[in-house]
Write a new protein. Structure first.
Length: 301
């Protein structure tokens, strides 16, 4: 098979591991910087060009699209879908998961338990919205934030009101979320491939830090997950329409709560913590499922 990997940096751990796994399985792997791609959009012969040459003959494409370039990255991926190339994750599913508010609403509609979450547009609505939450402390999140950036813990109601008013004044979209104290600054990252959790790790925030992101100095360790956690992780990924996803779960007194569903989960932390060949699992999934024109949305939406 000829597999394209949409990544802006061929030296990144995740990109390198996917190339290694593809080549170890006897496939041809090409790293493609999606921001260097340009497209000919037409109904008969849609095409993608990269550095002066047409990209042709690909059987599958693995999108590793950063949050800051979601718009252009998913446009390139849609073009591959129009050309009949099998996408590991479809463009519509990636766009859906990148919209924090939309993803929370979709998960809630499917009956998946979440931390209590509020969202408002006008400063005057903040007091009533905060009344709907579980009370301080509260977590405030920028909808456009990633890797723990734009996440603030408000210890008091007054602090929450002040931060939200400040962000609204800057025209930034922010949501307020219940703080799960019993999680102890830790969450569970479940790496879902297809219908199963391939690997799982516990991410623990640094001393005095409530965010567990590895980019924020958190640590990762192997963890045994419960059947309920396994089931909710797979259901969350399916709700987003993702074949491969990193589902972040908080352990609370009322059971597992889904915090976020990541459409481009990193491989370094999970592979090193679990010693599992996650990249190989992704390639195996592609081998079993990649077919021409096997895209639910066919580039639409």
């Amino acid at each position: 098979m000829k597999i394209g990997i949409l990544s802006r940096n061929a030296k990144l751990y995740s990109t390198r591991r996917l190339v290694e796994a593809a080549e170890a399985a006897g496939h041809e792997a090409h790293v493609i910087d999606h921001l260097r791609c340009y497209m000919n959009i037409n109904s008969r012969t849609p095409s993608i060009h990269f550095r002066g040459e047409a990209l042709e003959g690909f059987d599958a494409v693995i999108p590793r699209i950063g949050a800051s370039v979601t718009f252009y990255g998913t446009a390139v991926l849609r073009q591959f879908e129009m050309m009949g190339v099998y996408p590991l994750n479809e463009s519509v599913a990636i766009s859906r998961s990148r919209d924090k508010l939309r993803s929370m609403q979709l998960l809630a509609r499917k009956g998946i338990d979440l931390p209590i979450t509020g969202f408002a547009n006008k400063p005057g609505d903040i007091p009533d919205m905060l009344d709907m939450n579980a009370g301080p402390p509260m977590v405030l999140k920028l909808l456009e934030g990633t890797q723990g950036i734009g996440v603030v813990l408000a210890e008091t109601r007054k602090a929450a009101e002040s931060v939200m008013q400040a962000f609204m004044g800057l025209k930034a979209n922010i949501m307020v979320q219940e703080f799960i104290k019993e999680s102890g600054g830790a969450d569970i990252r479940c790496f879902v491939i297809g219908d199963r959790v391939w690997a799982a790790m516990k991410r623990q925030g640094a001393e005095g830090e409530f965010r567990s992101n590895l980019h924020r100095g958190g640590s990762a360790s192997l963890v045994r997950i419960t059947p309920d956690e396994r089931a909710i992780a797979v259901k969350a990924a399916k709700t987003m329409g993702l074949n491969v996803a990193g589902v972040d779960i908080l352990r609370s007194d009322r059971g597992p709560l889904v915090l976020e569903v990541n459409s481009s989960p990193g491989l370094e932390g999970i592979e090193k913590a679990t010693k599992k060949d996650v990249a190989g699992g992704i390639i195996t999934f592609i081998e079993k499922n990649a077919r021409n024109n096997r895209t639910k949305t066919r580039g639409k939406g």
